[in-house]
Design a protein around this ligand. Structure first.
Ligand code: SAM
Length: 424
């Protein structure tokens, strides 16, 4: 496979291309690397390749002409990638896709980047190494080259090595050991010395599952998993963020359509459905807030029927859900309830279908440290006096859509799922 690397610092590549498997495979002829400098194509007498940025601001920008001439000097129009923070993230799947190409051109930016017109003048696919900024595309190009080249048949001493690595199966890899058999009192796991390949494979699968659960649990949502895998994972100790999450449904003060503060009636559906979501996601609790005596009696009747009365024997799952529900007068009562249960004052996150700037994801790290009370409104939404008491107002679900009129039950489900997903 051939790589053309376009960089104003060709010397950057001499060391990484001269050692390890990359160098061996260049010598073998499996990989060839052609580093080209746009300086050699600059028409200017000083061979300049950059100039000041239009519109003001610090830094220089790579000029379009030397780069375009460099690109056009490469015969055959190979697939051309531009290393850039805005690009498609480089993943193992993407590397596999690129390894099927006979030739790739990698364009390395420097300074503030490249004159934007280059993308209109030459087909370029931006590729990013991650959400961070490097000084230049050279180190990114080297990472990409390695990730792709090692997937070529014959590149590794043993081609199977790449089949078992992290991300290949959607999981992180299991741990490896080498001699000595015992070091600082730590022994290599017995099973790895047993010679029983079936047992070793099963042991490795489980260590892979454990590592993924510990370090990258979100990968488990998409990894192909067998029934055995799921049964194994279900029994692993997990930090369940959901235990720190509480949800309050506020019936007073809520707004009516005219924007006036009113008390809304509770509904059987809201009590049941949000209780079921709370149980499914392992929430700390669900607090229905209403100061009206008849509404509190009604809520108590619903809860008692399903958690202690006739419904409890009839449907034990519903009993578990309804056991999560408590009734309090208002938001202050809900906050007190969480404080009584946890000994801590919760972070209060109000919600709205209209406004709010706090991304839900910002609540995830908070859940690792202290209880969070997610406050949902009824009627036409939470009154300002409730929102004012909150520590933050979350961004509406579907905040870019004109129509986002969800029932409070749906909004609760979506927000809780976005916060906790399948794993936490
Ligand atoms: C200092 S950076 C320019 C950053 C640019 N001003 C921005 O804010 O997106 C210079 C060059 O480094 C490379 N680069 C920086 N971060 C990168 C990343 N995360 N992935 C791939 N390339 C990157 C690109 O080639 C980029 O043109």
């Amino acid at each position: 496979m051939k790589f053309n690397i376009i960089s104003i610092f060709p010397q950057y590549f001499s060391s990484p291309l001269s050692c390890g498997l990359v160098s061996r495979n260049i010598a073998k002829g499996l990989v060839s690397v052609n580093v080209i400098s746009p300086r050699d194509f600059s028409q200017d007498k000083h061979h300049n390749t950059d100039d000041r940025v239009y519109g003001g601001g610090p830094g220089m920008v790579m000029m379009v002409d030397p780069l375009l001439r460099t690109l056009r000097s490469i015969p055959g129009q190979p697939r051309t990638l531009m290393l850039s923070p805005k690009g498609r993230p480089l993943t193992q799947d993407f590397a596999r896709e690129l390894a099927r190409e006979p030739e790739l051109t990698l364009v390395c930016g420097r300074y503030e980047g490249i004159d934007a017109r280059i993308e209109q003048l030459h087909p370029l696919e931006p590729v990013s190494l991650g959400d961070f900024v490097l000084n230049g595309g050279e180190s990114a190009a080297m990472c990409l080259l390695e990730a792709v080249a090692r997937l070529l048949p014959g590149f590794m001493q043993h081609d199977e090595s790449v089949d078992e690595e992290s991300f290949t199966s959607g999981l992180l890899e299991y741990p490896h050991y080498t001699r000595p058999e015992e070091y600082a009192g730590l022994k290599v796991p017995e099973i790895l010395r047993s010679g029983d390949h079936g047992k070793i494979a099963a042991w490795r699968r489980r260590r892979s599952l454990e590592a993924t659960l510990a370090f990258r649990p979100e990968m488990l949502s998409t990894a192909p998993l067998s029934r055995d895998d799921v049964a194994f994972l279900r029994n692993q100790p997990r930090v369940l963020r959901g235990r720190n999450l509480y949800v309050a449904l506020v019936h007073y003060p809520a707004l009516n359509k005219e924007g006036k503060e009113v008390t809304t009636s509770l509904t059987n559906l809201d009590v049941h459905d949000i209780a079921r979501v709370s149980a499914t996601y392992g929430l700390g609790g669900y607090i229905v807030c209403t100061p009206l005596q008849d509404q509190r009696v009604l809520a108590g009747r619903i809860i008692n029927h399903w958690s202690r009365g006739g419904g409890a024997g009839f449907n034990p799952d519903r009993k578990e859900a309804l056991n999560k529900v408590t009734v309090r007068d208002d938001l202050d009562g809900a906050i007190d309830h969480v404080r009584e249960l946890t000994g801590e004052i919760p972070f209060v996150a109000a919600t709205s279908a209209r406004e709010g700037s706090m991304p839900l994801a910002d609540l995830q790290p908070v859940l690792d440290k202290r209880p969070v009370l997610l406050v949902l409104g009824t009627g036409s939404g939470l009154a300002d006096s409730v929102i004012d008491k909150a520590d933050g107002l979350t961004r509406p679900v579907r905040f870019l859509s004109k129509y986002n009129h969800l029932s409070v039950r749906s909004a609760a489900s979506i927000m809780i799922d976005r916060l906790l997903g399948d794993v936490y």
